[in-house]
Structure formats: structure tokens, C-alpha cells
Design a protein. Structure first.
Length: 206
């Protein structure tokens, strides 16, 4: 399923009742428009400082419309300037916003990669791709830790995974595909906007 071509950054919550009320509306104050035929694969992520957007752009190949091209795209929301693109998916920020992990598809080869946001340097072969993508990045006991959709996790030594990776028991129905379905879980699969609050994504109603 595709998302309509608007990516919105949520900068303000407007509560209907109190802060603890589950029903609340989100006011979108700034938007980053996509190209006319462009959509977003899976999710978009805002850097911890709220200044930079990372998402997987999804466009049909003009020569082969059935061939979908997915490109990790990093955008400065203050200027609208695109600072980085590379074939791939599933970009996720480090807690300090200085690095970005993603699954690269550069040159037709899957490669877990980490990009330094300040220098632009990219570390390749961070971890075996079969450990999974759809990353989350956390810190445990002062060490960077990467969790994947396949319930594997590994610590980082610099920009390299510490092997062997470990795994956690998956919770039924959480972070997994429905039985018999090939659809990946998504943060937002309906509505015209993908938003972000506190580093997590959500959608607004149509």
C-alpha cells in the first residue's frame, strides 16, 4: 500500500482535554512535499533535533513501471535541501542524531550501512543483512544497540556489529506479519500524511 505524496513534520500537539487523554489531534505546522508520483515506503523518521527527515522514497521506474525504485532520502527540513540519497530502505537515527543506519541496495547488493550525518562518511557491512532490517536504535549500558524486525539485536563497536547477534522472543502479533501475509508492519498505512512526534511516526486522518 502506498502513502499519498505528502510528508508532514508534527511540531505541536493540541490536546482535546488533558495531556493524559488518549484522543488528541495533531496540528501540522510544516510540510515537506514529495514529487508528484513519489510515495513513502514503510515510514519516515525525524532526527532527534527535529531538523532532518529520513525516508525511503518510492517511485516507479519510467522504463519498467512494475519495477519500484526505493531510495533512502535525507532532507534538511529548514531549507528543503536533499543532503543524501542512495538506493535502500529503513533508515533510523541514532539517539544523538549523528548517525543513520539503513539497508542499502547500492549496486544491487543488500548491505547494512551507517552514515555519519556530519562528515557524510558511510560504513559498510555493519552487520549481515539476513539479521533483518526495519531497525530500531537504542542504548543499553552505554552501548549502541540495534534491533531488527526479525527479533535479532546486536551491539555496535563503533560502526560494526558485535557478533554473534542475539535474539529476543517475539510478542505474538507485534512487529510481525500476519500469517499468510507478505505485508510488513507500518507506522502509518492510511491517510494522506506521515507525521512524526517524539521521533515516532503517525498518520493524520484524511
Amino acid at each position: 500500500m502506498r502513502l499519498r505524496p505528502i510528508v508532514a513534520l508534527v511540531v505541536t500537539w493540541v490536546a482535546v482535554a488533558s495531556a493524559c487523554t488518549p484522543k488528541a489531534r495533531v496540528r501540522f505546522e510544516r510540510v515537506y512535499p514529495l514529487k508528484g508520483a513519489e510515495s513513502v515506503f514503510a515510514y519516515a523518521r525525524i532526527s532527534p533535533d527535529g531538523h532532518v527527515l529520513a525516508y525511503a522514497s518510492e517511485l516507479a521506474n519510467p522504463q519498467r513501471p512494475s519495477d519500484i525504485q526505493r531510495t533512502v532520502t535525507v532532507v534538511d527540513l529548514r531549507t528543503g535541501a536533499i543532503s543524501f540519497t542512495e538506493p535502500g530502505i529503513d533508515a533510523y537515527w541514532s539517539n544523538d542524531g549523528q548517525r543513520l543506519i539503513f539497508l542499502s541496495a547500492r549496486d544491487g547488493r543488500l548491505n547494512v550501512s551507517i552514515r555519519d550525518q556530519t562528515t557524510g562518511a558511510i560504513a559498510r557491512d555493519v552487520a549481515p543483512p539476513w539479521l533483518g532490517d526495519y531497525y530500531s536504535w537504542g542504548v543499553r549500558d552505554g552501548q549502541d544497540l540495534i534491533l531488527t524486525i526479525d527479533s535479532y539485536y546486536y551491539f555496535l563497536n563503533g560502526d560494526k556489529a558485535v557478533m554473534p547477534a542475539r535474539s529476543v522472543q517475539a510478542c505474538e502479533g507485534i512487529g510481525t506479519c500476519r500469517q499468510g501475509s507478505t505485508q510488513r508492519p507500518r507506522s502509518a498505512v492510511s491517510g494522506p500524511m506521515v507525521g512524526a512526534r517524539g521521533g515516532r511516526t503517525s498518520s493524520s486522518p484524511a
